[in-house]
Write a protein that binds this ligand. Sequence first.
Ligand code: BES
Ligand code: MN
Ligand code: MN
Length: 465
Amino acid sequence: MEQLTSYLESNKERFLEELKELVRIPSVSADPKFKDEVARTAEFVAQKLKSAGCEQVEICQTAGHPIVYGERIIDPSRPTILVYGHYDVQPADPLELWDSGPFDPIVKKTELHPEGALFARGACDDKGQMYMHVKAFENMVAHDLLPCNVKFMIEGEEEVGSDNLGPFLEKEQERLACDVIVISDTSMIANDVPSITTGLRGLSYVEVEVTGPNRDLHSGVYGGAVGNPVNILSKMIASLHDENNKITIPGFYEDVLAVDDSERTQMNQAPFSIEYYKSDLEIGDIRGEKGYTTLERTSIRPTLDVNGMWGGYIGEGAKTVLPSKAFAKISMRLVPNQHPDKITTLFEEHFKKIAPESVNVVVKPHHGGHPVVTPTDSVEYKAAARAYKETFGKDPIPQRSGGSIPIVALFEKILGVKTVLMGFGLDSDAIHSPNEHFGLYNYYKGIETIPYFYKYYTEMKEEIA
Ligand code: BES
Ligand code: MN
Ligand code: MN
């Protein structure tokens, strides 16, 4: 393993330059304008997998953006690790809030990243974290220290719901056969507090359209006599939480699996400063469901949030108009045992029921996903924990995350394989936001830690076999 360390040390600059090259390609999956750039990114990833040592590299076309597949089989009788990641990124908007171009990577120091962080869209989510695996793999192959078989599946549609990945899993079950899936697409508590993600929330995402009169009206001539869809939508949305910030949709909490007190106590022992949290976000106070801590609210409890809302005149100056329509995009984060389709139905029924006669409501479901929890007594968790211990000098803390990676539930359902979530980002890395960044410490720590996971996982797996 010493060879790996010295190789990493002497190649740090190149590893960073390659990541810069990768984040320079604007692979925004949501916007058809970037289709060619997304394809170019797939080619870049395929090329890098090949030069790192993958033997069967293929860019698999789908109905949407391509999936990059690559493998290196050293011995079919040995364990196989499948690395999943995504090379697509969120749109960079709002552009004016970036301090530097979202696709012009630069390294800057921050309070939490005194060694410097790479600023660019995708630096952390997920190009930087995915690329750690490619470099760790390159390192193992270069020193003939790859202990097991490896398969890479890097997709280009994670940020838009992975619609084509499910069918790909069904079709390619044989090729994707593996013992465990490893993903670096989550965060850890702090650079000196390593953690392993043991849960992801599910997701139900809907768009609502509220229509009042059949056309925009003069707000003086008609105002006061005709239901204003923007006023009404605001009121309907406001009613979705009660005075304790509980969600009011009947049946919403029905299937929620309660977390027992001992686990809650344990999860609240994770280092967390509410003062830092507030000052980082520049908020006067936090707000959330009564009876739960911030750590609980962002992990074991479901939520409902408006992600965007529009309607009427939003241009320069004042136009007096009573709009015909109002819209909102609403996400609900789900916890174990809640079913995304059921929640979507409950939402739709309730939302239509609370609408007054003066408007008409249409609810359009978007993508959804099931929540996941992963055990801490599995071989993969233990191997990952040993790897962190080795490189961070500390035992990692298991922590459930608030984000969603819907495909993880499908890995288990379709491939019958469990996932270990080894994320190296920080929650404050501004993923999906302006000024997204990824600490260089984190990038290199990931590259250093991954080979230990391979080593311990293989050893432990072969020991029980
Ligand atoms: N990598 C994130 C998920 C994430 C981030 C999990 C931080 C844990 C901690 C992923 O790329 C993502 O953004 N997922 C989306 C859902 C998807 C269906 C668009 C999300 O969580 O909003
Ligand atoms: Mn991601
Ligand atoms: Mn994301």
